[in-house]
Structures are given as structure tokens and as C-alpha cells.
Design a protein around this ligand. Structure first.
Ligand SMILES: Cc1ncc(COP(=O)(O)O)c(C=O)c1O
Length: 362
């Protein structure tokens, strides 16, 4: 089968995804960086295996359910999220009996609850102390706070201090301004390393990263591991930031034109329940994605099952029943919405793609 029978359908082009994975492999080898991809983008063992084949040292996840799924294909999982509530922590502690599990945290409460759970499970959990380097979402606000958490880990019974963690989500500029902001990130990380090492604590891992700043991360002196997620498939936000090209977008939605009754518009069978409702993070005014066959069209409004496309700027119009290819603004929530998805193989055939960790949000 080379075409899907039913739409809307998310189709991942394997050749493009593999090219994205290989680009990262080459970059990381060139700069001596370890790669631990964030699997929240594809949520699938199929692509996790490809990342491992390309040299990933382990995988990153956000949730315990994702850790359970991804540990089927790796022995080494980083929970890049402050997993500090009871049930979640107990699941991670159980996983840590047979796997290397690390968690990034920014609170003394996190140390206490993870230590109790690991002690109860008779396992050891590695800890990375989360630093706020400018995104202002999570992360300790000073090296003193980082040191206090690190010391609490060092005093704990069943935790192991492994290092530091940060998420540079505020770096969404073009390359030049990123480099000066990365110097500020570096200063924060180096200061924290200094504080810990002066107190006799060893920092063996410094984990950071995100797709927009991915290929600038070698400018950071202290980073040892990079943790991008979106790079594997890319999306229109990544394109708008100039971090990839349209042809690097591996995951696209095939949709059918279901109405052309309203002048100036066509409507497709893909709304927020297919594409997700995210605006483009770099160009919010650009609509809800990109129509490959009609580059001058604009997806102006989404309701749950309808995508309304303004075609007044196009020199010809789609007809009812036509199929269109849409690239979402944010591929990660789009993937998470699909009960059925497809991989386009190198020979053009389609095979079902399992989104193994789909909907695992705890
Ligand atoms: C903590 C953390 N690390 C890494 C990533 C990966 O970032 P990106 O998808 O931009 O590559 C994310 C994305 O949400 C994240 O929250």
C-alpha cells in the first residue's frame, strides 16, 4: 500500500527522519557530545531504536509511563521532568531495580520523596539538579540552591548525585543572538559546577538542550549530553526559526478537502484533534500549519474536526475530495493525538507506526 485509505492520517517519512537522526549523530561525533534524545516527540519504540542505532547513550522521557515503555529498548533513561509525586516516584524506583534511571529535580522535597521510594524498592536513582538558565519554568535560581540539593542527595540513602540539568527553551533566536545568550547559560552552569566541586561533589553529567539551539550547543564548555526531541521529525515552528527546512519535516498529515462551499476557503478533515491547537511559536500570525501543495494558502481556523484554509492568495483552488499534505506547527502534541499513524518506508510503501507511549501522561 502506498496511499492511506482513510484520512486524516499522520505519515512519517522514514528517509527524512533517518536523515535528521544522522545529522545529529554527525554533529555529536564532531563535538564529542553524548546524545540522549527526548522521546516525547515520537513516543514510539520504532524511532527510539533508530536513535539508539545512531549512537544515543540512552533516552529521555517526561513521564513514568514513557520511562516504562522506552526502557524496553534501553537500559538508561533520564526522566527530564520533576517527577516527585508518590505513584510516579514508586514506578520509577521499581524500574530502577533493573535499569539506570535518573531524574532531574529542583527541590529538597524531590530529594526526600525519591530517596524514600528508592529505599523502599531497594534501588538507586541518579539525580541531576535542574538549573534555571533563562527559560524560567523549572530549575533552581542560584548555585547555592543547587549545592543545597546536591548535598541532600549526597547525604541520602538511595540516591546518587550524577550532575546538572538545564533546558534552554528561551533560545529561539537566530544563530548569532543565541551564541551570546549561550555564554550566559554557560556562566550559570559553570558557576554551579564550581560550587559543587568546591564542596567535594563530583559532576559527571551536564545534560541540556532543545531543538532550536541544538547545533550551537558545542559553544557550551561544560555540557556533556544533549537532549533534543523535536529534531527527529521537525515542524513548522522549527522551520520558522530557521533551524531546519520544509524538506526536513518528516511527519505530515494527509487530509481530505471536505467542503468548498464558503467562498475563499476550503475545509479539510483535520482540526485540533488531529493537528493540535498550537500556534507557530516563532510566527504566531502564520496560521495553524503549512499546506504543502498550496504554499500561499493559510490555515486560518481550527475547530475539533475542521481545518479552515484561506485560499484567496492561491492561483488555483483545491476541489472537494482532493487530498492535501499539512505540516503541523508543533509535531509533539500532534503525534500524541494519533491512535493510528504510518511510516513511509524507503521503498514508498506504508506500514503502521505504533505510538507506543501515546497518551501516557503520568
Ligand atoms: C526538559 C526538556 N528537555 C528537552 C526537551 C526537548 O526540546 P525540543 O523538543 O525543543 O528538542 C524538552 C521539550 O519540551 C524539555 O521539556
Amino acid at each position: 500500500m502506498t496511499e492511506v485509505e482513510q484520512t486524516p492520517a499522520l505519515i512519517v517519512d522514514r528517509a527524512t527522519a533517518l536523515r535528521n537522526i544522522e545529522r545529529l549523530r554527525d554533529y555529536s561525533q564532531q563535538h564529542g557530545l553524548r546524545v540522549r534524545p527526548h522521546t516525547k516527540t515520537h513516543k514510539s519504540l520504532e524511532f527510539a531504536v533508530e536513535q539508539i542505532k545512531a549512537g544515543a547513550v540512552g533516552l529521555s522521557v517526561a513521564k513514568a509511563g514513557e520511562a516504562e515503555v522506552m526502557s524496553q529498548v534501553t537500559d538508561d533513561v533520564l526522566v527530564a521532568y520533576p517527577a516527585i509525586d508518590g505513584p510516579r516516584v514508586r514506578r520509577l524506583a521499581a524500574l530502577a531495580v533493573t535499569k539506570t534511571i535518573r531524574v532531574a529535580i529542583d527541590s529538597p522535597a524531590g530529594v526526600a520523596i525519591l530517596d524514600d521510594a528508592a529505599t523502599e524498592a531497594d534501588s538507586t536513582i541518579g539525580i541531576l539538579v535542574d538549573l534555571d538558565v533563562g527559560f524560567h519554568r523549572t530549575g533552581v535560581q542560584s548555585s547555592d540552591e543547587a549545592l543545597a540539593i546536591a548535598q541532600a542527595v549526597a547525604r541520602s540513602k538511595s540516591l546518587r548525585l550524577d550532575g546538572l540539568f538545564f533546558f534552554p527553551g528561551h533560545l529561539r533566536d537566530s544563530v548569532e543572538p543565541q551564541i551570546s545568550k549561550l555564554r550566559q547559560v554557560d556562566a550559570i552552569v559553570l558557576d554551579a559546577i564550581d560550587a559543587l566541586e568546591r564542596s567535594g561533589l563530583h559532576v559527571s553529567i551536564v545534560s541540556g538542550g532543545s531543538t532550536p539551539s541544538l547545533y550551537q550547543l558545542h559553544h557550551l564548555k561544560a555540557i556533556t549530553e544533549i537532549r533534543p526531541g523535536t529534531y527527529v521529525f521537525n515542524d513548522m515552528s522549527t522551520v520558522a526559526g530557521g533551524y531546519c527546512k520544509i524538506e526536513d519535516c518528516a511527519a505530515r498529515v494527509t487530509a481530505t478537502v471536505i467542503s468548498t462551499a464558503v467562498p475563499g476557503k476550503c475545509v479539510v478533515d483535520a482540526g485540533t484533534k488531529t493537528l493540535a491547537a498550537d500556534r507557530n511559536s516563532v510566527r504566531p500570525e502564520s496560521g495553524f500549519g503549512y499546506v504543502v501543495e498550496y504554499p500561499d494558502a493559510k490555515i486560518v481556523r481550527l475547530t475539533e474536526e475542521h481545518g479552515e484554509i484561506d485560499i484567496t492568495g492561491c492561483d488555483h483552488s483545491p476541489k472537494t475530495g482532493d487530498r492535501l499534505t499539512l505540516i503541523p506547527n508543533h509535531i509533539c502534541p500532534c503525534v500524541n493525538l494519533q491512535a493510528i499513524a504510518w511510516t513511509r518506508n524507503l521503498d514508498g510503501s506504508l506500514q503502521p507506526l505504533r505510538i507506543d507511549a501515546r497518551g501516557l501522561i503520568s
